[in-house]
Ligand binder design. Structure first.
Ligand code: GLU
Length: 504
């Protein structure tokens, strides 16, 4: 049987990268077995609905290359794929549970429940609506049938609660954690349905997973505490439960706690795939896309946060990940997020971008600065400095001196390298460069080397001073490559200027 899996976010804000990883693992698993991937929007909690969140989620997956086969944005045979649009179907399921004795109506007002909570607190206890307390509360188990009918007819608000059976060992079989057993006496009678006509997450989730024929529920570990209720709901409906796999948490870089939405901008790295502007506060949270990450790097990095192929291999394309992925190799313990590793992956994938694409992107930057340069020159520059960049936006920082002469010279570098007499030697070297006609990089190099050796000069000191005169600092790739790209006349001009400005 081919798997049918779903990613089921609630549109309560931008999608956290932990959520992206959950979607990715669902995708890798189902594609490996030629299965179907579904995007379902779980928007039953209207109080937490955030406008734009659903569109954000769809755009993020488009950018990342995670493709759905059915879903809210593309439809499919099991639609609609948004719970608010499925609203009318849930009541019958809640009614069915009540009829079969698996659920009951509860009429307690928020004030009454609050009073019970306070009472329990005063006695240093926890209040829970459960097997121990339900008999003392206002519900269809304690009221007479007439009273219940009267209340329902009069339209007072109610909820439907699940009725956990007493003394039952609930067994959750998890593909990652193994067998988890829970005693039903400890669990609270969760609300399944509300009289406003909306199911809660628990009921809608189970009804949808069943009616959409989901075979595997792969989701974050934060849902593990809900799994016993879900297992019991399947039992109560007489349905076969899907297989569960609860994924380990993504942890902060220091391993201290869950990576939260706030951590990213606090610690200086994005925790969202795309930039997000909060529609209420206007607060902007940074995104991987806007920070210059390529989607392949984000995918590769996330895949390895909680899973590995069992070898040392780290660089994997989406196709390779699909081939190598297995739920068995997912670790049980949380995975520490490593921002440096994210950059490392990006560096790798930026190197794979075709040079002509980098050139086109960089030409736009240059144009924006009013700089006109031939594609042939920009291509040579990009080829030369590309391995130094982690993000394409660093092209300018790593190569600006090819397009503008230095205005000033790094003081530390000058202090270290430029000595009395350096100017005179550089004047000579400028003459040597000018004497190579037609200009040829290798000949110029050999002649400059001869000059340094014959005069028994300090190689590091002279070459670095030469570099400072061209670049403005003691940085950059091979010096004679720079000389070649700038051309002899520009080199001589820059040397003369530096000699004039740096008078020692
Ligand atoms: N709507 C839930 C969420 O926001 C889905 C949990 C699940 O996959 O069951 O994560």
């Amino acid at each position: 049987m081919k798997p049918r899996v779903r990613f089921a976010p609630s549109p309560t804000g931008p999608l956290h990268i932990g959520g992206v990883r959950t979607a990715l693992y669902n995708y890798l698993f189902c594609k490996k077995f030629g299965g179907t991937m579904i995007l379902r929007i779980e928007d039953t909690d209207r109080t937490r609905f955030v406008p734009g969140a659903e569109e954000y989620i769809i755009e993020a997956f488009q950018w990342l290359g995670i493709k759905f086969d059915e879903g809210v944005h593309i439809g499919g045979p099991f639609g609609p794929y948004k719970q608010s649009e499925r609203k009318s179907m849930y009541k019958a399921y809640a009614d069915q549970l009540i009829e079969n004795g698996w659920a009951y109506y509860a009429f307690d007002t928020p004030e009454e429940l609050d009073a019970r909570r306070k009472e329990a607190e005063a006695a240093k206890k926890n209040f829970q609506y459960d097997l121990h307390t339900r008999g003392t509360l206002c519900n269809s188990l304690t009221l007479s049938a007439e009273e219940v009918k009267g209340r329902l007819d009069s339209g007072v608000p109610y909820v439907v609660r699940f009725k956990f059976p007493a003394d039952t060992e609930i067994v959750v079989e998890d593909l990652i954690r193994g067998i988890v057993k829970i005693n039903s006496n400890t669990l609270d009678d969760k609300v399944l349905y509300k009289s406003d006509g909306m199911p809660t997450y628990h009921l809608a989730n189970i009804v949808d997973d069943h009616t959409m024929e989901i075979t595997h529920v792969i989701r974050g570990e934060e849902w593990l505490p809900s799994a016993p209720l879900h297992v019991m709901l399947y039992k109560a409906f007489g349905w076969e439960a899907p297989q569960f796999a609860h994924l380990p948490l993504l942890l902060k870089p220091d391993g201290n706690g869950k990576l939260s939405k706030r951590d990213g901008d606090r610690l200086g790295f994005p925790v969202f795939p795309l930039q997000w502007t909060d529609p209420k506060s206007g607060e902007v949270s940074s995104g991987y896309r806007e920070n210059g990450y390529v989607p392949e790097a984000v995918i590769n990095m996330l895949a390895l946060l909680g899973w590995n192929p069992g070898t040392e291999q780290e660089i994997m394309s989406m196709d390779e990940l699909i081939q190598l992925f297995s739920l068995e190799k997912i670790s049980k313990s949380g995975a520490k997020f490593d921002p440096e590793k994210a950059k490392w992956f990006n560096h790798h994938y930026v190197q794979q971008i075709p040079v002509n694409q980098l050139v086109a992107e960089f030409q736009k930057v240059l144009e924006g600065k009013g700089i006109k340069a031939d594609d042939s020159k920009v291509t040579r520059v990009v080829e030369l400095i590309k391995e130094r960049i982690y993000f394409t936006r660093e092209l300018w920082d790593q190569s600006h001196y090819f397009f503008e002469a230095p205005e000033n010279y790094d003081e530390q570098a000058v202090k270290k390298r430029w000595k009395p007499g350096t100017g005179a030697h550089l004047t000579k070297i400028a003459e040597i460069i000018g004497s190579v006609v037609p200009f040829d990089k290798q000949t110029a190099h050999d002649k400059v080397m001869d000059y340094i050796q014959q005069n028994e000069l300090n190689m590091g000191q002279i070459m670095n001073s030469f570099r400072i005169s061209l670049v403005g600092a003691a940085k950059g790739p091979d010096l004679f490559e720079i000389v070649d790209i700038l051309g002899p006349q520009e080199v001589i001009n820059r040397m003369q200027k530096a000699i004039e400005v740096i008078r020692i």
